[in-house]
Design a protein around this ligand. Structure first.
Ligand code: ARG
Length: 397
Protein backbone atom coordinates (compact mmCIF):
# COMPACT_ATOMS: atom_id res chain seq x y z
CA UNK A 1 0.00 0.00 0.00
CA UNK A 2 1.24 3.48 -0.84
CA UNK A 3 2.15 5.50 2.24
CA UNK A 4 0.33 8.74 2.94
CA UNK A 5 1.74 12.06 4.06
CA UNK A 6 -0.48 14.86 5.39
CA UNK A 7 0.99 18.26 4.45
CA UNK A 8 0.03 21.63 5.91
CA UNK A 9 -0.49 23.59 2.69
CA UNK A 10 -0.49 27.37 2.36
CA UNK A 11 -0.54 27.49 -1.44
CA UNK A 12 2.81 29.28 -1.55
CA UNK A 13 6.04 28.26 -3.25
CA UNK A 14 7.58 26.18 -0.43
CA UNK A 15 4.58 23.98 0.25
CA UNK A 16 3.70 23.65 -3.46
CA UNK A 17 7.19 22.37 -4.20
CA UNK A 18 6.83 20.17 -1.13
CA UNK A 19 3.84 18.31 -2.59
CA UNK A 20 5.92 17.02 -5.52
CA UNK A 21 9.12 16.61 -3.52
CA UNK A 22 7.47 14.56 -0.76
CA UNK A 23 5.64 12.35 -3.23
CA UNK A 24 8.92 11.51 -4.97
CA UNK A 25 11.34 11.46 -2.05
CA UNK A 26 9.11 9.36 0.21
CA UNK A 27 7.27 7.46 -2.57
CA UNK A 28 4.01 8.55 -0.97
CA UNK A 29 0.64 10.04 -1.70
CA UNK A 30 0.27 13.57 -0.39
CA UNK A 31 -2.89 14.83 1.31
CA UNK A 32 -2.98 18.58 1.82
CA UNK A 33 -4.63 20.54 4.63
CA UNK A 34 -5.33 24.27 4.69
CA UNK A 35 -6.72 25.70 7.90
CA UNK A 36 -8.77 28.89 7.80
CA UNK A 37 -7.60 31.10 10.65
CA UNK A 38 -8.66 34.36 9.07
CA UNK A 39 -5.84 34.80 6.58
CA UNK A 40 -6.76 36.86 3.53
CA UNK A 41 -6.38 34.10 0.96
CA UNK A 42 -8.70 32.49 -1.54
CA UNK A 43 -9.07 29.08 0.09
CA UNK A 44 -10.94 27.59 -2.84
CA UNK A 45 -8.16 28.60 -5.16
CA UNK A 46 -5.58 27.07 -2.81
CA UNK A 47 -7.51 23.79 -2.87
CA UNK A 48 -7.55 23.77 -6.67
CA UNK A 49 -3.81 24.43 -6.74
CA UNK A 50 -3.17 21.52 -4.37
CA UNK A 51 -4.95 19.11 -6.71
CA UNK A 52 -3.22 20.54 -9.78
CA UNK A 53 0.14 20.06 -8.09
CA UNK A 54 -0.56 16.43 -7.34
CA UNK A 55 -2.31 16.13 -3.98
CA UNK A 56 -4.58 13.08 -3.91
CA UNK A 57 -6.95 14.81 -1.51
CA UNK A 58 -7.33 18.29 -0.03
CA UNK A 59 -8.93 19.38 3.25
CA UNK A 60 -10.01 22.97 3.80
CA UNK A 61 -10.78 23.30 7.50
CA UNK A 62 -12.51 26.30 9.03
CA UNK A 63 -11.07 26.75 12.52
CA UNK A 64 -11.70 30.47 12.97
CA UNK A 65 -13.98 30.15 15.98
CA UNK A 66 -11.85 27.47 17.62
CA UNK A 67 -8.85 29.76 17.14
CA UNK A 68 -10.76 32.61 18.80
CA UNK A 69 -12.18 30.74 21.77
CA UNK A 70 -9.34 28.31 22.57
CA UNK A 71 -6.27 30.33 21.62
CA UNK A 72 -7.00 34.06 21.35
CA UNK A 73 -9.24 34.13 24.45
CA UNK A 74 -6.51 32.86 26.84
CA UNK A 75 -4.09 35.20 25.05
CA UNK A 76 -6.29 38.19 25.91
CA UNK A 77 -6.81 37.05 29.50
CA UNK A 78 -3.01 36.62 29.80
CA UNK A 79 -2.15 40.01 28.23
CA UNK A 80 0.07 37.89 25.98
CA UNK A 81 3.01 39.86 24.61
CA UNK A 82 6.33 38.15 23.89
CA UNK A 83 9.22 40.28 25.11
CA UNK A 84 6.66 42.93 25.96
CA UNK A 85 5.77 43.65 22.33
CA UNK A 86 4.68 40.80 20.06
CA UNK A 87 1.03 39.69 20.42
CA UNK A 88 1.95 36.17 19.25
CA UNK A 89 -0.32 35.82 16.20
CA UNK A 90 1.88 33.36 14.30
CA UNK A 91 2.95 31.54 17.45
CA UNK A 92 -0.65 30.95 18.57
CA UNK A 93 -1.76 29.55 15.24
CA UNK A 94 0.85 26.82 14.88
CA UNK A 95 -0.37 24.42 17.58
CA UNK A 96 -3.91 24.64 16.19
CA UNK A 97 -2.72 23.86 12.66
CA UNK A 98 -0.69 20.96 14.09
CA UNK A 99 -3.78 19.68 15.88
CA UNK A 100 -5.79 19.73 12.64
CA UNK A 101 -2.97 17.97 10.76
CA UNK A 102 -2.94 15.20 13.34
CA UNK A 103 -6.74 14.85 13.15
CA UNK A 104 -6.56 14.43 9.37
CA UNK A 105 -3.59 12.03 9.61
CA UNK A 106 -5.51 9.81 12.03
CA UNK A 107 -8.62 9.90 9.88
CA UNK A 108 -6.65 9.06 6.74
CA UNK A 109 -4.42 6.46 8.38
CA UNK A 110 -1.30 8.45 7.46
CA UNK A 111 1.82 7.84 9.49
CA UNK A 112 3.70 10.93 8.31
CA UNK A 113 2.88 14.64 8.43
CA UNK A 114 4.83 17.52 6.88
CA UNK A 115 5.01 21.31 7.19
CA UNK A 116 6.80 24.06 5.28
CA UNK A 117 8.85 25.64 8.10
CA UNK A 118 12.54 26.34 7.74
CA UNK A 119 15.25 25.12 10.10
CA UNK A 120 16.02 28.66 11.31
CA UNK A 121 12.75 29.72 12.82
CA UNK A 122 10.37 29.10 15.69
CA UNK A 123 7.58 27.56 13.67
CA UNK A 124 9.37 24.24 13.12
CA UNK A 125 9.62 23.87 16.90
CA UNK A 126 5.94 24.72 17.42
CA UNK A 127 4.81 22.22 14.78
CA UNK A 128 7.16 19.40 15.72
CA UNK A 129 6.61 19.61 19.48
CA UNK A 130 2.81 19.76 19.19
CA UNK A 131 2.55 16.95 16.64
CA UNK A 132 4.88 14.64 18.57
CA UNK A 133 2.91 15.28 21.76
CA UNK A 134 -0.48 14.64 20.15
CA UNK A 135 0.62 11.66 18.05
CA UNK A 136 3.91 10.10 19.23
CA UNK A 137 3.87 7.52 16.43
CA UNK A 138 3.56 9.95 13.56
CA UNK A 139 6.77 10.99 11.81
CA UNK A 140 7.20 14.73 11.15
CA UNK A 141 8.93 15.89 7.97
CA UNK A 142 10.01 19.46 7.27
CA UNK A 143 11.11 19.34 3.61
CA UNK A 144 12.63 22.85 3.62
CA UNK A 145 14.93 21.70 6.43
CA UNK A 146 16.05 18.77 4.32
CA UNK A 147 16.16 19.72 0.68
CA UNK A 148 18.90 22.35 0.61
CA UNK A 149 17.26 24.50 -2.07
CA UNK A 150 17.24 28.29 -2.00
CA UNK A 151 14.36 30.28 -3.43
CA UNK A 152 15.63 30.41 -7.00
CA UNK A 153 16.35 26.67 -6.94
CA UNK A 154 12.79 26.09 -5.73
CA UNK A 155 11.45 28.21 -8.61
CA UNK A 156 13.60 26.18 -11.00
CA UNK A 157 12.27 22.94 -9.49
CA UNK A 158 8.69 24.21 -9.80
CA UNK A 159 9.22 25.01 -13.49
CA UNK A 160 10.79 21.64 -14.20
CA UNK A 161 7.99 19.73 -12.46
CA UNK A 162 5.27 21.97 -13.91
CA UNK A 163 4.04 23.09 -10.51
CA UNK A 164 1.47 25.90 -10.89
CA UNK A 165 2.83 28.54 -8.54
CA UNK A 166 2.24 32.24 -8.75
CA UNK A 167 5.62 33.65 -7.88
CA UNK A 168 4.71 36.68 -5.83
CA UNK A 169 6.91 39.68 -6.36
CA UNK A 170 6.94 40.64 -2.68
CA UNK A 171 10.33 40.72 -1.04
CA UNK A 172 8.69 40.08 2.33
CA UNK A 173 7.75 36.80 3.93
CA UNK A 174 4.24 37.18 5.28
CA UNK A 175 2.21 35.12 7.69
CA UNK A 176 -1.25 36.24 8.71
CA UNK A 177 -4.28 35.20 10.67
CA UNK A 178 -7.16 36.84 12.52
CA UNK A 179 -4.90 38.00 15.37
CA UNK A 180 -2.20 39.65 13.28
CA UNK A 181 0.16 39.82 10.35
CA UNK A 182 3.89 39.06 10.54
CA UNK A 183 6.41 40.29 7.99
CA UNK A 184 10.10 39.57 7.71
CA UNK A 185 13.01 39.43 5.24
CA UNK A 186 13.85 41.73 2.32
CA UNK A 187 14.65 45.29 3.38
CA UNK A 188 13.35 44.55 6.88
CA UNK A 189 16.52 42.56 7.55
CA UNK A 190 18.41 45.81 8.14
CA UNK A 191 17.27 46.81 11.63
CA UNK A 192 18.13 50.46 10.93
CA UNK A 193 15.93 50.69 7.82
CA UNK A 194 12.47 52.06 8.48
CA UNK A 195 9.87 49.55 7.26
CA UNK A 196 8.71 50.75 3.83
CA UNK A 197 4.96 51.29 3.34
CA UNK A 198 4.82 48.16 1.12
CA UNK A 199 5.67 46.02 4.12
CA UNK A 200 2.26 46.82 5.61
CA UNK A 201 -0.99 45.26 4.45
CA UNK A 202 -3.56 45.85 7.18
CA UNK A 203 -2.91 49.36 8.41
CA UNK A 204 -3.08 52.78 6.82
CA UNK A 205 -0.08 55.01 7.18
CA UNK A 206 -0.86 57.40 10.06
CA UNK A 207 -0.32 60.20 7.51
CA UNK A 208 -3.33 59.00 5.54
CA UNK A 209 -5.48 58.17 8.55
CA UNK A 210 -8.65 60.21 9.18
CA UNK A 211 -8.14 63.70 10.60
CA UNK A 212 -10.82 63.14 13.21
CA UNK A 213 -10.21 60.76 16.12
CA UNK A 214 -12.40 57.70 16.61
CA UNK A 215 -13.67 56.52 19.98
CA UNK A 216 -14.26 52.85 20.65
CA UNK A 217 -16.15 51.48 23.62
CA UNK A 218 -15.16 47.91 24.32
CA UNK A 219 -17.25 45.96 26.77
CA UNK A 220 -15.63 43.07 28.62
CA UNK A 221 -17.20 40.15 30.41
CA UNK A 222 -15.04 37.68 32.30
CA UNK A 223 -11.93 39.26 30.81
CA UNK A 224 -13.07 39.00 27.18
CA UNK A 225 -14.48 41.63 24.83
CA UNK A 226 -18.14 40.88 24.12
CA UNK A 227 -19.39 44.09 22.53
CA UNK A 228 -18.02 47.01 20.55
CA UNK A 229 -19.73 50.41 20.56
CA UNK A 230 -22.80 48.83 22.10
CA UNK A 231 -23.08 46.01 19.60
CA UNK A 232 -22.72 42.46 20.95
CA UNK A 233 -20.47 40.30 18.79
CA UNK A 234 -18.81 36.94 19.01
CA UNK A 235 -15.08 37.18 19.52
CA UNK A 236 -13.99 36.37 15.95
CA UNK A 237 -16.38 38.96 14.45
CA UNK A 238 -15.38 41.60 16.97
CA UNK A 239 -11.70 41.10 16.15
CA UNK A 240 -12.41 41.26 12.40
CA UNK A 241 -14.36 44.50 12.76
CA UNK A 242 -11.77 46.05 15.07
CA UNK A 243 -8.88 45.09 12.77
CA UNK A 244 -10.57 47.08 10.05
CA UNK A 245 -11.48 50.09 12.19
CA UNK A 246 -8.17 50.40 14.05
CA UNK A 247 -6.25 49.59 10.85
CA UNK A 248 -7.94 52.58 9.18
CA UNK A 249 -6.46 54.77 11.92
CA UNK A 250 -2.98 53.35 11.47
CA UNK A 251 -3.01 51.51 14.81
CA UNK A 252 -1.05 48.36 15.57
CA UNK A 253 2.25 48.66 13.71
CA UNK A 254 4.98 46.96 15.72
CA UNK A 255 8.70 47.00 14.90
CA UNK A 256 10.48 44.46 17.07
CA UNK A 257 13.96 43.07 17.59
CA UNK A 258 13.11 39.61 18.77
CA UNK A 259 14.92 36.65 20.30
CA UNK A 260 14.11 33.52 18.38
CA UNK A 261 14.15 30.20 20.14
CA UNK A 262 17.11 28.97 18.09
CA UNK A 263 19.30 31.81 19.40
CA UNK A 264 18.99 34.18 16.44
CA UNK A 265 18.00 37.81 16.96
CA UNK A 266 15.66 38.87 14.20
CA UNK A 267 13.83 42.01 13.10
CA UNK A 268 10.09 41.45 12.83
CA UNK A 269 7.42 43.82 11.65
CA UNK A 270 3.92 43.09 12.84
CA UNK A 271 0.50 44.54 12.30
CA UNK A 272 -2.02 43.77 14.96
CA UNK A 273 -4.66 46.52 15.12
CA UNK A 274 -7.35 44.63 17.04
CA UNK A 275 -4.85 42.85 19.28
CA UNK A 276 -3.16 46.13 20.22
CA UNK A 277 -6.45 47.81 21.14
CA UNK A 278 -7.92 44.80 22.98
CA UNK A 279 -4.76 44.08 24.99
CA UNK A 280 -4.40 47.74 25.98
CA UNK A 281 -8.05 47.93 27.05
CA UNK A 282 -7.91 44.60 28.89
CA UNK A 283 -4.83 45.56 30.87
CA UNK A 284 -6.46 48.84 31.81
CA UNK A 285 -9.63 47.14 33.01
CA UNK A 286 -7.59 44.70 35.11
CA UNK A 287 -5.97 47.69 36.80
CA UNK A 288 -9.40 49.00 37.72
CA UNK A 289 -10.81 45.71 38.97
CA UNK A 290 -7.96 43.65 40.46
CA UNK A 291 -5.96 44.36 43.64
CA UNK A 292 -2.26 45.11 43.24
CA UNK A 293 -1.30 41.78 44.86
CA UNK A 294 -2.96 39.93 41.98
CA UNK A 295 -1.73 42.40 39.36
CA UNK A 296 1.90 41.99 40.43
CA UNK A 297 1.77 38.22 40.57
CA UNK A 298 -0.24 37.95 37.38
CA UNK A 299 2.40 39.93 35.47
CA UNK A 300 4.78 37.02 36.13
CA UNK A 301 2.15 34.46 35.10
CA UNK A 302 1.37 36.49 31.96
CA UNK A 303 4.96 36.75 30.76
CA UNK A 304 5.58 33.05 31.52
CA UNK A 305 2.49 32.15 29.49
CA UNK A 306 3.61 34.31 26.54
CA UNK A 307 7.09 32.78 26.55
CA UNK A 308 5.64 29.27 26.65
CA UNK A 309 3.47 29.99 23.60
CA UNK A 310 6.32 31.66 21.72
CA UNK A 311 8.69 28.80 22.49
CA UNK A 312 6.38 26.17 21.05
CA UNK A 313 5.33 24.62 24.35
CA UNK A 314 1.58 24.95 23.99
CA UNK A 315 1.28 21.29 25.02
CA UNK A 316 3.22 21.78 28.27
CA UNK A 317 0.84 21.15 31.20
CA UNK A 318 2.22 24.35 32.76
CA UNK A 319 0.11 26.30 30.26
CA UNK A 320 -3.12 24.89 31.65
CA UNK A 321 -1.98 25.52 35.21
CA UNK A 322 -1.17 29.14 34.39
CA UNK A 323 -4.50 29.54 32.62
CA UNK A 324 -6.33 28.08 35.63
CA UNK A 325 -4.86 30.87 37.79
CA UNK A 326 -5.56 33.49 35.13
CA UNK A 327 -9.16 32.43 34.64
CA UNK A 328 -9.77 32.55 38.40
CA UNK A 329 -8.94 36.27 38.24
CA UNK A 330 -10.95 37.10 35.14
CA UNK A 331 -14.41 36.75 36.65
CA UNK A 332 -13.91 40.24 38.11
CA UNK A 333 -12.72 41.77 34.84
CA UNK A 334 -16.06 43.13 33.66
CA UNK A 335 -16.85 46.57 32.39
CA UNK A 336 -16.31 49.05 29.65
CA UNK A 337 -13.19 50.75 28.32
CA UNK A 338 -13.13 53.78 26.02
CA UNK A 339 -10.19 54.07 23.65
CA UNK A 340 -9.34 57.00 21.45
CA UNK A 341 -7.68 56.28 18.11
CA UNK A 342 -5.95 59.06 16.28
CA UNK A 343 -3.38 58.94 13.48
CA UNK A 344 -1.45 55.86 14.55
CA UNK A 345 -1.79 56.58 18.26
CA UNK A 346 -4.10 54.95 20.75
CA UNK A 347 -5.00 55.84 24.31
CA UNK A 348 -7.42 54.57 26.90
CA UNK A 349 -9.42 57.65 27.91
CA UNK A 350 -12.10 56.15 30.14
CA UNK A 351 -13.17 53.01 31.98
CA UNK A 352 -15.99 51.84 34.23
CA UNK A 353 -16.92 48.61 35.97
CA UNK A 354 -19.39 47.23 38.47
CA UNK A 355 -16.32 45.45 39.90
CA UNK A 356 -14.32 48.66 40.14
CA UNK A 357 -11.99 48.89 43.14
CA UNK A 358 -11.65 52.63 42.54
CA UNK A 359 -13.61 54.35 45.29
CA UNK A 360 -14.10 58.07 44.87
CA UNK A 361 -14.64 58.66 48.59
CA UNK A 362 -11.07 57.39 49.11
CA UNK A 363 -9.46 58.93 46.04
CA UNK A 364 -11.05 62.37 46.01
CA UNK A 365 -9.20 65.59 46.78
CA UNK A 366 -12.55 67.30 46.86
CA UNK A 367 -15.25 67.20 49.52
CA UNK A 368 -16.62 63.95 50.90
CA UNK A 369 -13.32 62.19 51.49
CA UNK A 370 -13.52 59.44 54.10
CA UNK A 371 -9.77 58.82 54.10
CA UNK A 372 -8.22 59.73 57.47
CA UNK A 373 -5.06 61.65 56.54
CA UNK A 374 -3.81 61.65 60.13
CA UNK A 375 -3.62 57.83 60.05
CA UNK A 376 -0.97 58.15 57.33
CA UNK A 377 1.55 59.49 59.86
CA UNK A 378 1.69 56.29 61.94
CA UNK A 379 1.61 54.16 58.81
CA UNK A 380 4.64 55.92 57.32
CA UNK A 381 6.53 55.70 60.64
CA UNK A 382 6.30 51.90 60.62
CA UNK A 383 6.41 51.40 56.81
CA UNK A 384 9.81 53.05 56.51
CA UNK A 385 11.22 51.78 59.82
CA UNK A 386 13.54 49.08 58.57
CA UNK A 387 14.69 50.90 55.46
CA UNK A 388 15.60 54.00 57.54
CA UNK A 389 17.33 51.99 60.25
CA UNK A 390 19.30 49.88 57.78
CA UNK A 391 20.40 52.89 55.76
CA UNK A 392 21.73 54.70 58.82
CA UNK A 393 23.60 51.67 60.18
CA UNK A 394 24.95 50.38 56.86
CA UNK A 395 26.13 53.83 55.76
CA UNK A 396 27.97 53.98 59.10
CA UNK A 397 26.32 57.17 60.37
N1 ARG B 1 8.78 35.77 14.43
C1 ARG B 1 7.39 35.44 14.52
C2 ARG B 1 7.19 34.18 15.30
O1 ARG B 1 8.08 33.40 15.44
C3 ARG B 1 6.70 35.43 13.19
C4 ARG B 1 7.22 34.55 12.12
C5 ARG B 1 6.36 34.75 10.94
N2 ARG B 1 6.72 34.09 9.75
C6 ARG B 1 6.80 34.72 8.55
N3 ARG B 1 6.95 34.00 7.52
N4 ARG B 1 6.72 36.00 8.46
O2 ARG B 1 6.12 33.94 15.79
Amino acid sequence: MVKKIVLAYSGGLDTSVAIKWLAEEYSSSVITVTVNLGQFEDLEEIGKRAYKTGAIKHYSIDALDEFSTDFIAPEIASNGLYEGKYPLATALARPLIAKKMVEVAKKEGADMVAHGSTGKGNDQVRFDVTIKALAPNIKVIAPVREWDMNRSMEIEYAKKKEIPVSIKKSEFSIDENLWGRSAESGRLEDPMTEPPEEAFGWTKSPLDAPDKPAYIDLEFKGGLPVAMNGKAMKLSSLITALNRLAGEHGIGRIDHIEDRLVGIKSREVYEAPAASVILEAHRDLEKLTLPKSILNFKAIVDSTWARLIYEGLWVDPLRQSLEAFTMSTQRYVNGSVRIKLYKGGMRVVGRSSKNSLYLSNLATYGTGSTFDQKAAIGFIEIWGLQARTAKLIMDGQ
